[in-house]
Design a protein around this ligand. Structure first.
Ligand code: MG
Length: 383
């Protein structure tokens, strides 16, 4: 296959699986980026020989440069490095697998360079989705979702010519490790408890988001932006088996779903090969040994992050950037074991009340709202 990719966030879970898929498909890799992991990025560079390698951390980048002295690989650092990887002329596709708001500027750069975006950075669409989608339309850049739910919806919509025929999108949600628990039971949950996800192996931040159900809240907003639908047309159901990856209900009552084993290599592969499909290393789904498929209403009282996300989605403007910024800061503190599990939702709620909402008119407005939200969380816990 002739596609050539830049992978932003190549040492994370999605990044590593992307390289696995790229090898299977014979896709070339032009650039790799990571945050601080010198050992991991060096090993990937030696395996795929990109033309550019980026470590966000300056000192780590210097170390990588010294280690790769025997190879013909340019090494860069910081946001400038991420932007260089996003715009690299050799790549026609950029896989945005970095975690968090940090992915926003590189994603916009890749769009302006008319790359296909294999989007695995949901925070970008949550914080500034209207801006990102407007620019993608303006520059004619394709955005193909990698998030399993949004890939499922993308697949269910492949034959749909009129978006007006969609009655609603139904995102499935595993429920995470704490499904069925009350607030009292959730209060004592630790970092180790939250990182034990039943069905998916993922990075720490998204695994905590799955435990609080904030992940599903962020995904509702992501779906609203990707498919230009109001909150009233995007819902979530708990589906413990993670086999139905999401559904679309049409105006005539027909419902289409995409099923498969819970393996991110399928959506990653499709984002690289679309509109074609290719053989994929993910194990096929065996219907005959499949558990019974169940669907339940999420409990927004116990898992209030989901309700907060819907509130932000309904409020619009910078509310979603505030929601996301506060959540990133609070999850960071939870992962450092400085705050409790229920304090994540508390922090997000308080930031949403304290940071004034503005119209989302520019990237700078979104970034300012994000910064104020993080500051509100720090002020609450780290006085
Ligand atoms: Mg997902």
């Amino acid at each position: 296959m002739s596609r050539c990719i830049s992978v932003l966030g190549s040492t994370g879970s999605i990044g590593r699986q992307t390289l696995d898929v790229a090898q299977t498909l014979g896709v070339r890799v032009a650039a790799l980026t990571a945050n601080t992991g010198v050992d991991a990025l060096e090993a990937q560079c030696r395996a795929v020989q990109p033309e550019l390698a980026v470590l966000y951390d300056e000192a780590a980048a210097q170390e990588l440069k010294a280690r790769l002295a025997d190879m013909n690989i340019r090494v860069e650092s910081g946001m400038a490095g991420l932007l260089a990887a996003a715009e690299l002329p050799a790549a026609d596709t950029v896989v945005t697998a970095v975690s968090g708001m940090i992915g926003l500027r590189p994603t916009l750069s890749a769009i302006r360079a008319k790359k296909r975006i294999a989007l695995a950075n949901k925070e970008t669409l949550v914080c500034a989705g209207e801006l990102v989608m407007r620019e993608a339309a303006q520059y004619g850049a394709e955005i193909i979702p990698v998030d399993s739910e949004h890939s499922a919806i993308f697949q269910c919509l492949m034959g749909c010519r009129d978006r007006g025929e969609v009655r609603r999108l139904i995102l499935t949600c595993s429920g995470g490790p704490f499904f069925g628990m009350t607030r009292a039971e959730l209060a004592g949950k630790t970092r180790a408890d939250a990182l034990r996800h039943p069905n998916w192996t993922m990075g720490a931040k998204i695994t905590v988001d799955s435990a609080t159900l904030m992940n599903k809240g962020l995904e509702i907003i992501e779906a609203m932006r990707l498919y230009d639908l109001p909150l009233s047309k995007v819902t979530a159901v708990i589906h413990r088996q993670s086999i139905v990856h999401s559904l679309v209900e049409f105006c005539d009552g027909a419902m289409l779903a995409q099923l498969g084993t819970p393996d991110m290599r399928l959506p990653i592969s499709l984002a690289l090969t679309y509109p074609a499909r290719r053989e994929n290393p993910a194990p096929p789904l065996d219907l005959l040994s499949c558990p019974a498929l169940t669907f339940r209403q999420p409990d927004e009282d116990a898992f209030s992050c989901l309700r907060l996300a819907k509130q932000a989605a309904a409020a619009g403007g910078t509310a979603c950037a505030v929601l996301n910024g506060a959540n990133e800061a609070a999850v960071g503190l939870f992962l450092q074991e400085r705050i409790g599990f229920l304090q994540i939702a508390e922090a997000v709620d308080e930031a949403m009340q304290r940071v004034p909402r503005e119209a989302l008119d520019s990237l700078e407005t979104a970034e300012r709202a994000d910064a104020l939200a993080r500051e509100a969380v720090r002020a609450k816990f780290l006085r």
